[in-house]
Design a binder for this molecule. Structure first.
Ligand SMILES: [Zn+2]
Length: 224
């Protein structure tokens, strides 16, 4: 039975445990993966590959990288291959972590220019095409069998979807264009200044694997 598209957020809640505060150990051999976007600088220039803001160079990294180390980020935020100025500016609240002071800053906005691909063969477990349904905006979840485990990968904040729940995909299948969608206005503002793909790896029990370690283990080191 194919899931109803409107139940994508409920399906995700069933697959993915809320309140994760640490990563599960990657205790299986990660198979050879395909790149989740067109960017290839993960190993050569990680500072360019991972989204960052002017105030927080760790913004896109997994772990306790948000709100001066108070908020856990279970995803990896992958910067687009190219970002085009959108001609608008947004006001965000940066934090000075040394003093705890927050200050508003007006920053230029960018539109991501990249596409998003499944990293491994699988089946689309959930697709949300309504950007107002979730803080993750438009997203796709792919179910994989890896080393006998049922693992899901999540691709969030897309501009649109090229797949539907129940579709079979292979490593490298196009899931949709990178975007900056979210029902949260605050999240949309951050994505305007640092557009990205939010990429997660969901463990069998609903926890999370460190998506950076996962990609580093499975992607080819040579560029092109
Ligand atoms: Zn993220």
């Amino acid at each position: 039975m194919k899931p109803n598209p409107s139940s994508a957020t409920a399906l995700l809640s069933a697959i993915r445990r809320a309140g994760v505060r640490q990563f599960d150990p990657i205790d299986f051999p990660v198979p050879r993966l395909m790149w989740p976007t067109r960017a290839r600088a993960l190993f050569s220039e990680p500072e360019r590959y991972i989204a960052r803001t002017r105030a927080n160079p760790d913004y896109g990294k997994p772990g306790w990288t948000r709100d001066c180390g108070r908020r856990f980020h279970r995803g990896l935020d992958i910067a687009p291959l190219r970002a085009a100025p959108d001609g608008a500016s947004v006001v965000v609240r940066f934090s000075d972590c040394a003093t705890g002071r927050e200050y508003p800053s007006e920053e230029p906005g960018f539109t991501p220019e990249d596409d998003v691909f499944a990293v491994f063969d699988g089946v689309i477990a959930a697709c949300n095409a309504d950007s107002d349904q979730s803080d993750l905006g438009i997203f796709a979840v792919v179910r994989h069998i890896m080393a006998g485990r049922c693992i899901h990968t999540l691709y969030a904040h897309l501009a649109g979807l090229c797949a539907a729940a129940g579709d079979t995909v292979v490593a490298g299948s196009l899931l949709g264009p990178m975007g900056r969608t979210s029902r949260s206005a605050d999240a949309r503002a951050w994505m305007a200044i640092a557009p990205h793909l939010h990429f997660e790896v969901i463990a069998p029990g609903g926890g999370a694997y460190d998506p950076l370690l996962f990609l580093q283990a499975g992607l080819p080191r040579e560029t092109d």
